[in-house]
Ligand binder design. Structure first.
Ligand code: SF4
Length: 284
């Protein structure tokens, strides 16, 4: 019977390394690893485009059971507040933004209020969110543009939103999905990291990631999918040491094993209010 060692020896005679990247997936340009997690990798390398669609949608359904109550973690009551909170959330935690915005929203309830803001006072209010000078600039310019071009209202079209100061595609999709109920895919750092781990795409460019994921997942699911993926990234699938041993996606994830696979070790890595529910799903 041929052993794994024999196979490795044969490969090395043909000039291929025993570990690491030696080839590319013919369809999606993924690196193919020929040794180490061989069997498991071969399974994903053979996945067809239809198989990927089915797996991606199954993973979305699994995430829905893990996180049945997803929501935008920024506090807001109208499109303007969400737009402002999203601008402030750049390089800052949602928690810190939520501590800052109640007083800010009271002081600046309209686009006109931002347009006419005293710069020093505004900077002082948003200082805890970091980069406060740039952010104050964005908010004042945003207020002015909303007043002059959109009657003081936040527009509900992606092409209009991205022309506003401080609003890129990511912010625009957050606003569309959460303030206007128009499906949008929010590609932040968590989302990009996870979909690449899952081999939904190998793209690094957020716009390309958005396009690929948009082709995989039903449009009506886009906003909820974005929340679920971001929740999973924050609570389970961390950049360093993902909690693979208790992950609901383990059987569908090509990167299973990137973090501890021992359930007890992995359980200690889970964060957030859903921890008990997530561990129960893992049988703990
Ligand atoms: S199995 Fe591990 S790498 Fe894959 S999604 Fe779960 S935590 Fe992330």
């Amino acid at each position: 019977m041929e052993t794994a060692n024999n196979q490795d020896t044969r490969r090395s005679k043909h000039g291929q390394g025993l570990s690491g990247i030696t080839n590319c997936h013919p369809l999606r340009g993924y690196p193919v690893v020929v040794a180490g997690k061989g069997k498991r990798n071969r399974k994903w390398d053979r996945e067809t485009p239809l198989g990927l669609v089915r797996r991606a949608r199954r993973m979305n359904r699994t995430l829905a059971t893990a996180f049945p109550h997803v929501y935008c973690e920024l506090d807001f009551t109208n499109p303007l507040e969400l737009t402002v909170a999203t601008i402030l959330s750049a390089q800052c935690t949602d928690k810190r933004v939520n501590l800052t915005t109640p007083a800010l929203f009271r002081e600046y309830p309209t686009a006109l209020a931002y347009a006419q803001a005293d710069r020093t006072e505004l900077e002082e209010m948003i200082r805890p969110t970091g980069f406060y000078r740039n952010k104050a600039n964005s908010l004042i310019n945003l207020g002015q543009q909303l007043v002059t071009r959109f009657d003081g209202e936040v527009p509900d079209k992606l092409e209009d939103l991205v022309t506003l100061p401080g609003i890129g595609r990511k912010t625009a999709n957050v606003v569309l999905g959460n303030a206007f109920d128009i499906p949008g895919i929010t590609v932040d750092t968590h989302f990009g990291r996870l979909v690449r781990r899952w081999r939904w795409t190998a793209e690094e460019d957020p716009v390309k990631v958005e396009k690929v994921v948009g082709d995989l997942i039903e449009r009506k699911e886009w906003t909820l999918l974005s929340h679920r993926v971001i929740f999973h990234g924050r609570r389970v699938c961390h950049a360093r040491r993902p909690a693979c041993g208790v992950c609901v996606l383990a059987s569908d994830c090509p990167s299973f094993g990137e973090g501890p696979t021992d359930p007890l070790e992995a359980a200690a890595l889970v964060r957030g209010p859903e921890t008990e529910h997530l561990l129960a799903l893992a049988g703990l």
